[in-house]
Design a protein around this ligand. Structure first.
Ligand SMILES: [Zn+2]
Length: 445
């Protein structure tokens, strides 16, 4: 239905609206944008989604993203018309999100200290490029194709560039990946190289690389696919959709994510706000975000550890000056985000305001864990026969920490998201060589 989908500034005092073909990632006053829908999808679609699990040969039913296409129909197509789907929707032959669903992991539950029946962990690393990014890249590249973009552009040190490169190769469009020169181990970019992306080295840090990628996208007809792009957020809504569907739309008490750029927190919040507004769910799960201790911007601000003020969305009136002062403080003190979990080594989370909105809507919490705790979390997931990256270990030990301090009750139902697959082979090797580590199985002769 044309005219149903549009873009709207998230700041309620600004509220500027744009047509769905707009490619700016911010409103003209520099605020983030939301994709909005005028129509309320009927909850009878739950049956349709369930039936599509028997794909009957359609890659758009097979896809864990496009199976829910009525809830992200910014292309405004007839979603039952497979010809229209083929013309508009970008997919890795239905593979994005296909293997993602919540699993039981008894050893992780035992380590955390909650009943096995109350814990679900959902690995997003089993996406084609190895991380949750394929969910949002399917929708962002769909929008890029809709507006006729010839080139997608991102700043990345790993997972984003892999997903962007893979989708670009599949669609036959170009992909530029901006990186801070000399700061990224070449191995972390091996997937981007493999998929034929053009790596562009920028003098400075990651923030500088992102800034240049945004400038170049604007000035040279590129299309930005970092998570400040609101269409990325649309695809990432399917992460909680799949979890909720698997639980027969019986809402858990908690959904737990590692916290980096906060695209996941933002998309989970938006998904829940929409489902609640549409009457699909009656209860709102609480979101818990787990920062690394070495990259704890959200936790510091949310928990009042900077200037003793607890930063809140505050119904659309967040204290943005507090955020600016925090960033100035980081610069002045020369504080740089530092953790071995590079996927969440982010000092200035691009989606912080959408993240705060999600936390306010869900009465969320934020906490931090150490690198050594994350490695234990990652390793106990491995002992259940699942593979995840170090940042995903934050989810497991974050749940454990929140259970121990009584924030998560032992009879609460918890869904934890494992965001990516292990891409740094030496992290588990080094972990297991050291017999001091909790789950280490050192080699023997
Ligand atoms: Zn605005």
């Amino acid at each position: 239905m044309k005219g149903d989908a549009y873009l709207k500034c998230i700041d309620p005092k600004c509220g500027l609206e744009y047509s769905i073909e707009n490619t700016n990632v911010q409103c003209e006053k520099g605020h983030l944008l939301d994709v909005k829908y005028k129509n309320k999808p009927p909850s009878s679609l739950k049956e349709v989604f369930y039936k599509r699990r028997n794909s009957e040969g359609s890659i758009f039913n097979e896809s864990g993203v496009w199976r829910f296409r009525e809830l992200l129909n910014f292309c405004q197509i007839d979603t039952e018309n497979l010809e229209e789907c083929s013309k508009y929707l970008v997919s890795l032959d239905g593979a994005e999100g296909r293997q993602s669903k919540p699993y039981r992991m008894s050893k992780a539950a035992e380590f955390i200290g909650i009943p096995n029946n109350n814990l679900w962990l959902q690995p997003e690393g089993y996406n084609p490029s190895g991380s949750f990014k394929d969910n949002g890249m399917a929708t962002a590249v769909t929008h890029a194709k809709m507006v006729g973009a010839k080139k997608i552009v991102c700043a990345s040190t790993g997972n984003t560039s892999a997903a962007a490169g893979m989708f670009a190769a599949n669609e036959g469009i170009n992909c530029d990946v901006y990186i801070p020169a000399g700061q990224i181990a070449p191995g972390k970019l091996s997937q981007a190289y493999q998929f034929g992306a053009q790596i562009i080295e920028v003098d400075g840090n990651f923030d500088d690389a992102l800034k240049q990628s945004l400038d170049d996208a604007q000035n040279h007809d590129g299309y930005t696919v970092n998570s400040i792009n609101p269409f990325r957020i649309e695809g990432q809504k399917t992460i909680p959709f799949r979890a909720l569907e698997y639980l027969n739309w019986k809402v858990p008490d908690w959904i737990v994510y590692p916290g980096g750029a906060l695209g996941n927190t933002s998309s989970c919040g938006k998904a829940l706000m929409e489902l609640y507004e549409w009457g699909w769910i009656e209860k709102i799960p609480r979101i818990a975000v787990i920062n690394s201790e070495g990259a704890s911007t959200l936790s510091d601000l949310y928990n009042g550890e900077f200037e003793n003020e607890k930063l809140r969305w505050n119904k659309g009136n967040p204290n943005v000056e507090l955020i600016s002062r925090y960033y100035d403080h980081l610069d002045k003190e020369g504080l740089k985000p530092k953790t071995k979990a590079t996927a969440i080594q982010i000092g200035r989370p691009a989606n912080i305001l959408k993240g705060l909105r999600a936390l306010e809507f869900t009465n969320g919490v934020v906490t931090t864990v150490t690198d050594s705790e994350m490695l234990d979390g990652m390793s106990v997931v491995g002992l259940n026969g699942f593979d995840c990256e170090m940042a995903s270990g934050a989810t497991v030990v974050g749940i454990k920490k929140l259970v121990n301090e009584g924030t998560i009750k032992k009879d609460d139902v918890v869904v934890g998201i494992l965001t990516g697959r292990q891409k740094d082979a030496m992290i588990p090797v080094d972990y297991h060589k050291n017999p001091e580590n909790k789950f280490a199985i050192p080699p023997r002769n």
